[in-house]
Design a protein around this ligand. Structure first.
Ligand SMILES: Cc1ncc(COP(=O)(O)O)c(C=O)c1O
Length: 391
């Protein structure tokens, strides 16, 4: 049987048929079974942020794989505490819980909010999240995901979640009653169509959570860890005090599964021994690679800012040259091209022309290129986009 037939026969049909068979990756490129090169501007949905075959990540990976891949959390290894210290330094927060994915990292945040509220004897507990937000597919994260199509087939989910439109401070103010225990937001919404939150709205989240003794949970799974040119996207708004909890995952371990939930002391203190845990989360292989990832990204931040500005400049020029482009959104190396028409067929056409992107929210082309791109790759991607969007 061919691979496609095997998949269609044996897998749950969650993803539908795929057309591209990946053989390997090199730098900013994926290479298929026929040796065709694809410039990768979606990077496994924001995971392969240092591209493919990064020498430092490979070295750490090889060395650690030979030493020890997995310990469980019954034992210590040299890298979990060290990585937690780096994430504390990046965020200014106090304590870290490691897991394996964005959705699990969000579960830890929600459980902490719930445990804290229960400890305080709060009988009614409201969680506020944003319309079009996306936080993952496990039952807790799904309950706060602001897209009914993902939630409805699985109801009942956790109760008392209220959704308000992004950047609508009066709606947030009206929703944030005395029962509110948490407000959850992506500083730049990803799956929902690349919508950056405004400074005013983030300030309203911070003010209302302080007022209600609730937690401000920033989901940085897609927009964090250097993608915007800042360590975390909330740091694009230095006038707003930091969140109480930062949720992160995707690129953290250079393609290995690793999630991290970073808490302020106040936000995490209700999670005591035995209240939460994981078999795989925070293993030596993933943590060692993640330390290397953070060190490499730290060096790249100024370059990401520079290339991000160039990408957005080129995309605005594309907008002027392509009548179906309605708006360019995002920041740094996270960009959305909103079209006047559905975007899926342009993803397919771009792939035929050797450029990988994806479409989110029906009509938004999403670009999450690797941090190692330069003007040459940006020019090449924009040339392909110009061609397919004007065809
Ligand atoms: C903002 C955000 N949160 C959470 C998730 C879920 O992450 P994962 O697929 O690793 O569970 C995603 C995935 O796209 C995301 O973009």
């Amino acid at each position: 049987m061919l691979t496609g037939e095997l998949e269609q026969t044996h897998l749950l049909p969650t993803y539908g048929p795929r057309t591209l068979m990946v053989e390997r990756g090199r730098g900013c490129y994926l290479i298929d079974a026929d040796g065709k090169n694809y410039l990768d501007f979606i990077t496994g949905i924001g995971v392969n942020a240092l591209g493919y075959g990064h020498p430092r990540l490979l070295r750490e990976l090889h060395e650690q794989a030979a030493l020890c891949i997995h310990t469980s959390n019954l034992y210590m290894h040299p890298f979990q505490g060290e990585l937690a210290a780096r994430l504390k330094q990046w965020s200014g927060l106090d304590r870290v819980f490691f897991s394996n994915s964005g959705t699990e990292a969000m579960e830890a945040a929600l459980k902490a909010a719930r445990a804290r509220a229960n400890q305080d004897g709060r009988r009614h507990q409201r969680i506020i999240a944003l319309e079009n937000g996306f936080h993952g597919r496990t039952a807790g994260a799904l309950a706060i995901t602001g897209q009914a199509k993902y939630r409805e087939p699985f109801q009942p989910l956790i109760p008392d979640v209220i959704f308000v439109p992004a950047n609508d401070a009066p709606a947030l103010e009206a929703a944030a009653n005395e029962d509110t225990i948490a407000i959850v937001a992506e500083p730049i919404q990803g799956e929902g169509g690349i919508f950056p939150l405004t400074t005013e709205f983030l300030a309203a989240i911070r003010r209302l959570t302080n007022q209600r003794d609730a937690l401000y949970i920033a989901d940085e799974t897609q927009c964090g860890l250097g993608r915007t040119g800042e360590r975390f996207a909330y740091q694009l708004h230095p006038t707003v005090a930091p969140p109480d909890v930062v949720v992160t995952a995707k690129p953290l371990a250079g393609g290995l599964p690793l999630g991290a939930t970073i808490f302020s002391e106040r936000a995490g203190e209700a999670i005591t021994k035995g209240l939460h845990g994981t078999t795989f989360g925070g293993g030596p292989l993933a943590c060692r690679v993640a330390i290397a990832f953070l060190e490499e990204v730290e060096q790249l931040l100024p370059v990401i800012r520079q290339n991000g500005a160039y990408l957005h400049q080129r995309l605005r020029a594309l907008q002027s040259a392509c009548p179906i482009v309605q708006e360019i959104r995002g920041h740094g190396l996270m960009a959305g091209i909103e079209l006047a028409v559905p975007g899926e067929k342009y993803v397919e056409h771009a792939m035929q022309q050797g450029l990988l992107i994806n479409c989110t929210h029906t009509n938004v082309l999403r670009l999450l290129p690797p941090y190692i791109i330069g003007p040459k790759e940006i020019d090449r991607a924009c040339a392909v986009l110009h061609k397919v969007l004007n065809a």
